[in-house]
Design a protein around this ligand. Sequence first.
Ligand code: NAP
Length: 568
Amino acid sequence: MTERDVTTKQGAAEKDGSARGDEAGVRNQVGVPGEGEVRGEGGVPGDGGVRGPGGVRDDREVRDDAGGVRGAGGVRGERGDQARGEARVVEGVEKRLFIDGKWTDAEGGATFDVVDPSTGEVLCAVADATPSDGRAALEAAAAAQAAFAKTSPRERADMLTAAYELLMERVDDLALLMTLEMGKPLAEARGEIAYAAEFYRHFAGEAVRIDGGYQTAPAGNARFLITKQPVGPCLLITPWNFPMAMGTRKLGPAIAAGCTSVIKPAHQTPLSMLALMEILAEAGVPAGAVNCITAMDAGGVMEPLIRSGLARKLSFTGSTRVGRMLLEQCAEQVLRTSLELGGNAPFLVFEDADLDEAVDGAIAAKMRNMGEACTAANRIFVHASVIDEFGRRLAAKMSALTVGRGTEPDVRVGPLIDEAGLTKVQTLVADAVERGATVLTGGQVAPGNGYFYPPTVLTGVPRDAAMADQEIFGPVAPLTPFSTDEEALAAANDTEYGLVAYVFTNDLRRALHIAESLETGMVGLNQGVVSNPAAPFGGTKQSGLGREGGSIGIDEFLETKYIGIAMP
Ligand code: NAP
């Protein structure tokens, strides 16, 4: 066995569970329906501090290159069971394209590798779709559209309910699969599966509530019949950071509305979406209604589909850079477009805030998903009178979080997604320090395999640091002082992004004034988590177009039709 030499610290992880859950915020405070079943699943394991520094063991060497398990001689006891469990979930997933209800090899049989970010080793290979595979998938979706639109709302609701139940039944295996391909700790992965499933339960309800209207024309000589129809075949593109939930957040409303689709997950994390295809087929979603393609050349495969004229809508979650490009491509066919893009969330701590609550909120907003979330607190502005104390408490809690492979029971901070992600975080921290920031904890990568970065708190981060302008996407909390409410507000809004902001204050008037003045689609008031399937998620400015979730989430997949009826 090799020792993984990542930086870990002794001490207790948050026992209060304040940072539990994934983007979902599967927390009672936030009130996700159904959390009764999943409470704690998405949570921070109770006491994370049981390892010695640098002492996260790596069991990867019991795998062979194909992701299989070596002979019994090399695998002992619990480690052997764990390795066998990992091999089983990886082997259990289809690695081919899901087109028209059938599993299909990519044209020419090409594949690409899926890598475990905790080791940098290959987990398995999946089909690498060509543009003609993409075309076949979209043609299948287009061919299935008319029949799928005719299914009854109740039938579609039943499909979603069945898929919700299957996701929850298989939460452990699906969470392990996600941890292996993406790196997040198992507890967070379980939380994400529950969050992802909840979109199906939520949209099962919305499917049977698609409404319309009947109205008398102002002149009295006609009637208006207003009805909603599915938009038509959709292209859905998802990122790697929430491999299951970003898919169900689109597929839930698409299925509820009666839209067929082709979904393309990120190349780093295709396995969760492939596993979901099996669940949807089992749940009774008809052939062609949902198709899945995996590809290394995202642009080469998706651009011809966007321009094909066969699709009616694109729903994309990912970076603002790619979102802008896709919006341009969508212009050619005037596709309906929903974009969930990047964030640069300000986190404001006023002098009257409950500091412990604010520290816990900052950890929730920063450390979920190792900081690799569009909702991650990216700029933490703290009133000058409390910044030293806030920084001290935050650094103490952050440094107590255990870093390691997400499969280990006490790990709270897994690896970043890849080498590029790690290099970006290192570069941003070096830049901030060069410009005068002070490191309160972390900041140094220990040698070893995998893309680990330690929980880091920086204080005195100047407003012109590179990290003030772009997503850090890592476990780095940058603190910057402010003196007045106006200064805090101006700093918070000084960004092209507008996804979410967090405000910690006990002054009601100040809270409402700041919340109303923030140029973001969402605000967390005295809470570090806003995501909830029953709430409208989305951003303003360059963080996107449209909303996912909530009662309006289904509207993104519906066209409004008005039928004028003469009544002389
Ligand atoms: P990304 O590089 O923009 O990729 C997102 C998806 O787009 C992936 O499936 C990617 O495929 C695909 N893609 C890349 N280039 C493309 C192209 N030219 N044409 C068509 N598809 C293309 O983003 P990421 O690094 O995966 O995800 C992180 C970003 O997502 C962050 O900016 C984060 O803030 C954002 N995000 C936003 C939300 C939200 O709700 N607002 C939620 C989660 C994440 P490949 O990976 O296979 O190239």
